[in-house]
Design a protein around this ligand. Structure first.
Ligand code: DAH
Length: 350
């Protein structure tokens, strides 16, 4: 009898092994194995019949193993049955219409207005050969200030309230995307024709007209024959593409440490077309950017020969351009993530 019991134990172990390794690709296979193991004449069922004649002292151990085997087999059968039935259902259900729109309908998001403007600026300049470049937001003093002719204690540093990094006072959160100019000129030989959009930071009180973080686009063009006339024409082209074909520009002399001469650029008021209204404070003009011819000393700071090359640069605020374009009165709206404001801008096309 113990012999018979041992053969039974061996059978159980063999079957356990088979059950554990069982997988099925079709529902017919599952049924085939259900019959093989668990039907009236199945292998496991007949082991239970044999179990009756097992000596008492072996009943406990054998009973446990046998139950384990039956439960595992049943689990496997159930698992694969359920899995394959669901797959078969969705695949073969002839009346399932996959073209019906999801309900409730999926809400389409929209691009952030600042991204809409940024992309438009990139497109406009790409059409006249400007590439897009990028630089770090945590910047060293050299790239943000010194290379741009603004050494320590230079009064022009007061134009921008700077966030310094506590751990290293040499590092700042960049106050202007002009810092990217320096990176580009350091690693790229002229001709250079690029714009650099990005986020900048200044220690300003938050109000309808100012924020401690905002966005700029820097433009840089360096070659052997670049004139102030090229700068003016480039900016006129930009203004008309951005604000409409009737837009005029006006340049006013200004000061920036890294350009000489420097200018601020106004466009004819987008709302009243120059007649005078409260947007342009009845002047007919609104300021959009700063620009100038790159100071030869800045070229030299970046190891570009100022006797051979010259260029122009400009910098504009993306918030400002967006506010003018869409008549937005409060800059804080850009940072509040209020869906009622954001959804007014073009839906994302997939
Ligand atoms: N970086 C200046 C600012 O943040 C803007 C600017 C002015 C950029 C003149 C330029 C430029 O490239 O030529 O106020």
């Amino acid at each position: 009898m113990p012999d018979k019991a041992n053969t039974m134990l061996e059978k159980i172990e063999k079957l356990l092994h088979e059950v554990e390794g069982f997988t099925a690709q079709t529902i017919d296979q599952v049924e085939e194995y259900r019959i093989k193991w668990l039907s009236k004449k199945g292998e496991i069922t007949s082991l239970f019949e044999d179990f009756r004649s097992v000596p008492n002292e072996m009943k406990k151990e054998m009973g446990q193993r046998l139950n384990e085997l039956r439960n595992k087999a049943q689990e496997q059968i159930n698992f694969f049955k359920e899995k394959l039935e669901t797959v078969t259902d969705t695949n073969t259900a002839g009346n399932l219409d996959l073209t019906i729109p999801a309900y409730p309908s999926i809400q389409m998001g929209s691009r952030h207005p600042l991204s809409v403007t940024k992309n438009e600026i990139i497109d406009i300049f790409a059409r006249i050969g400007f590439t897009v470049s990028d630089g770090p937001e945590i910047e060293d003093d050299w790239h943000n200030f010194s290379a741009l002719n603004t050494p320590e204690n230079h009064p022009a540093r007061d134009m921008q309230d700077t966030f310094y990094v506590n751990l290293n006072p040499e590092m700042v959160l960049r106050t202007q995307t002009s810092s990217v100019q320096v990176h580009i000129m350091e690693y790229q030989k002229p001709p250079i024709r690029t714009i650099s959009p990005g986020r900048v930071y200044r220690n300003e009180a938050i109000s309808a007209r100012a924020h401690c973080q905002f966005h700029q686009v820097e433009g840089l063009y360096i070659d052997d024959q670049v004139s102030f006339a090229d700068l003016k024409q480039t900016l006129l082209y930009f203004a008309r593409e951005m604000f409409g074909a009737k837009t005029e520009i006006r340049l006013r002399p200004s000061y920036f440490p890294f350009t000489e001469p420097s200018a601020e650029v106004d466009i004819s008021c987008t709302l009243c077309g120059g007649k005078g209204c409260n947007v342009c404070k009845y002047t007919g003009w609104v300021e959009i950017l700063g620009c100038g011819m790159v100071d030869p000393q800045v070229l030299e700071n970046c190891k570009i020969d100022s006797n051979k090359f010259r260029g122009f640069a400009f910098g504009m605020g993306i918030e400002r351009i967006t506010m003018l374009k869409y008549q937005i009165k409060d800059l804080r709206l850009f940072f509040e993530n209020d869906a009622r404001f954001l959804k007014q801008f073009s839906p994302v096309s997939l």
